[in-house]
Design a protein. Structure first.
Lengths: 370, 375
């Protein structure tokens, strides 16, 4: 474990949380601010975590995946469209339609992964160009379908955007039930337990993402299959010599990567908000890549890095809540445009390597020629 | 006999090389148009009516030609920006942000400079200053990424994208705030109109086509000249082909990387500056959506050659301009064009697919456009 890196991550998150507590403590008790920040952080880090995991799988096997953004965008669209179609045309109930939507999103991601594999493994196209193709294709495809389906000549819904089915509801952990009897009649204690409960009441994709982090860690570092994946990404020739099918390993990993990005895409339209907007992924796919690099191509490191970005987004959201308490000399913080720059500037700082050099898999980005 | 034979073989060599350079882009466009037709058919439209409308809208009249050239102008600048970076081994996805920054600063000099100075400027000083401000703003914005790449190894692909988001946030902040048009009737985020002395004149009366289009062609020639006729251009291309070899040959690779991004950003910034000084006479938020990404497709389609970029820009401009007429005739959404353009990009970038479909053998070595994270 790279303790220096994790220490640094913890430090950044503490600073971001501390800033909000410092500004908001006049209006809200620090514990409530911290728990609300934590809940937001974990939730908004979900697509970043899944995107970063997607990158880890692809790049550990030697394929640079810069198309995560496009994979997420198209999955967000197809997942949402499936859920909306099922609930409006076939009158499916909420849960079956959004669960089917999420499955379709994962499949759409897998298809995009297959396209990346086809381009970069079979045709040996420059992998960064291949990923860019996916990004641009996704923008064109989702924009076209979105407009054609609702406003086009033979549109399904005759020019109206039908109401969407809704989003996943949060899971409930019985923290409240267990701990509130211990409080007796203290109102503040009840409030605290409630606040802590909120951190744990996350939605299914967020919980699944955290579980997948540990699954990915186990698969990559504790199984024979993971060892082979890493061998293919570090030294494909050696892997080939001992009888590992390089192309097949890469294809399977890129497919897994596509599915993970697809689940990340489902977060946008099936868990976060119940509608699709063109370009709604808004750079999350690229920030995922930065999280992957910051996490040194490991699942747990990538998750920790994703939480940093989540925290900086939570900072933006919470600063808006407490904007009246921002001291006058820091008035620029009231502008959401200014605070909104934090994740992007953080990404660039991380890429400079001032936080410590990271090393990509040795064969990352190079097509394998026998 | 001998020299004549040589001459004819030279001519056929030229023809051969033109054929080789254009056959893949041509087949890529053809394939995309066919697939686009199938998509139109599948959504219940008539592909022939649609494409006829597209052509009419793009080239059907003098006005249509003028509008196509107006679309082509920023495409040429931004396409050259991406192409120049490609030649230097860098992938500039940030043309969008550089363009927005160029537009904002060009507009600022355009409307505010006479006020700051307290007197009106003649057009031959004010206009060049406005364009220069935009070019430099874009250039510096990109050079930051170049310097980060050269001195810290931060990958330019992610950094240019991050700079896009930062630029869009900052321009929203500026144009929606301190630079917002103070006219009480104005409710949207836009700057005031720029002064008459900072505007590019139209070429013909009654048509919108302006001298900025000619400037775009001049810049295409200058980029060609820079790359092929100067030592600096040679160094840029050498770094692009093999940075290690360039280093051993005594080229200051870090300086060249930074300079390449600076020039690339200058071209992208000019795209924004020319849109402001030649067409809109102000900067309005959201006017540039998509130029930066189209520029990547244009540079790839034009094989990163200035002449190719000009031709590819015209193709994309014609599609964008003709799309409105196509939509009018067939009620197909304009976004269809984005689909076709994405397909063109797919087939040009992955020329192996086109070679596979049409059974064309690959010649020569593979050209590396970008490198992995290692730099």
């Amino acid at each position: 474990m790279d303790w220096k890196r994790f220490g640094f991550i913890a430090l950044i998150i503490t600073v971001l949380f501390g800033a909000v507590v410092a500004v908001g403590q006049e209006q809200q008790r620090p514990l409530l601010i911290i728990t609300s920040m934590l809940a937001t952080t974990i939730s908004v880090a979900t697509p970043l975590t899944l995107g970063a995991l997607s990158g880890v799988f692809c790049e550990r096997s030697g394929v640079v995946n810069i198309g995560i953004e496009g994979m997420m965008l198209s999955s967000a669209f197809f997942g949402w469209f499936t859920a909306m179609y099922l609930s409006n045309i076939y009158d499916w109930a909420l849960m079956p339609s959004i669960i089917t939507g999420a499955i379709v999103a994962v499949l759409a991601g897998a298809l995009m992964g297959l396209l990346l594999g086809w381009l970069s493994i079979t045709f040996k196209v420059d992998q960064i160009i291949g990923g860019t193709v996916i990004n641009i294709l996704a923008v064109g495809l989702t924009g076209f379908l979105n407009r054609q389906l609702f406003f086009g000549k033979s549109s399904l819904f005759q020019g109206t955007v039908p109401s969407s089915p809704g989003v996943f509801s949060a899971a409930h952990f019985p923290i409240n039930e267990i701990f509130s009897p211990l409080c007796g009649s203290g109102a503040l204690c009840l409030e605290d337990v409630n606040a802590i409960n909120r951190v744990f009441d996350q939605k299914p994709i967020a919980l699944l993402a955290i579980a997948l982090v540990f699954v990915a860690h186990y698969v990559l570092f504790k199984t024979r299959w993971g060892l082979r994946t890493r061998a293919v990404g570090e030294h494909p020739k050696a892997a080939d010599t001992v009888g590992i099918n390089v192309e097949r390993m890469r294809y399977v990993n890129v497919l897994i990567g596509g599915m993970l990005a697809g689940l990340g895409g489902a977060y946008f339209t099936l868990e976060s908000i119940p509608s699709f907007e063109p370009l709604m992924t808004n750079g999350r796919g690229f920030i995922s890549l930065a999280a992957m690099i910051f996490g040194n191509w490991t699942p747990i490191g990538a998750w920790a890095a994703a939480l940093v970005f989540g925290a900086s987004q939570a900072l933006q959201i919470n600063m808006q809540l407490f904007r009246d308490s921002i001291p006058e000399q820091w008035a620029f913080l009231q502008q959401s445009y200014v605070v909104g720059l934090t994740p992007y500037i953080l990404t660039m700082l991380i890429l400079t390597g001032i936080i410590g050099k990271t090393t990509p898999p040795a064969a990352d980005g190079t097509p394998y020629e026998k | 006999m001998q020299p004549e034979k040589k001459k004819s073989s030279f001519a056929s060599q030229v023809l051969q090389s033109i054929y080789e350079a254009s056959v893949i882009p041509f087949l890529a466009i053809l394939t995309s148009v066919i697939i686009g037709g199938l998509i139109i058919k599948s959504v219940g439209g008539d592909p022939f009516v649609a494409y006829k409308g597209l052509l009419q809208g793009a080239f059907g009249s003098a006005k249509a030609w003028s509008e196509t050239a107006i679309w082509a102008t920023p495409y040429i600048f931004a396409g050259l920006a991406v192409a120049l970076a490609f030649r230097g081994g860098l992938f500039n996805i940030g043309a969008e942000g550089q363009l927005a920054f160029g537009a904002v600063f060009s507009a600022l000099i355009g409307y505010a400079l006479p006020g700051w100075l307290g007197f009106d400027l003649p057009i031959y000083i004010h206009l060049p200053l406005a364009i220069l401000a935009g070019a430099l703003a874009g250039g510096i914005w990109a050079a930051i990424v170049g310097a980060l790449k050269a001195y810290t190894g931060g990958h330019e692909v992610i950094n240019t994208i991050m700079m896009n988001y930062i630029a869009l946030n900052m321009t929203s902040f500026l144009v929606g705030g301190v630079m917002k048009d103070k006219n009480p009737l104005n409710v949207i985020s836009r700057t005031p109109l720029i002064a008459e002395s900072a505007r590019i004149a139209p070429i013909f009366d009654g048509l919108r086509i302006h001298w900025g289009f000619v400037l775009a062609l001049v810049m295409a020639f200058l980029v060609w000249w820079l790359l092929n006729k100067t030592t600096l251009g040679f160094e840029i291309r050498t770094v692009g082909l093999n940075p290690d070899a360039a280093k051993y040959a005594g080229i200051n690779v870090k300086k060249i990387i930074t300079l390449t991004m600076l020039f690339s950003g200058i071209l992208a910034g000019m795209a924004g500056a020319i849109e402001v000084t030649g067409l809109n006479y102000r900067h309005e938020l959201g006017f540039s959506s998509g130029y930066g990404y189209d520029a990547i497709a244009i540079a790839l389609l034009g094989k990163s050659h200035p002449l190719g970029v000009v031709l590819a820009s015209f193709l994309f401009a014609a599609m964008r301009n003709g799309a409105t007429r196509m939509q009018f005739l067939t009620q197909l959404p304009v976004d269809l064009i984005s689909m076709i353009q994405a397909l063109v990009l797919l087939f040009v970038a992955a020329d192996a697919i086109v070679r596979y479909i049409y059974r064309i053998k690959a010649k020569g070595e593979r050209v590396t456009l970008t490198r992995g994270w290692g730099g």
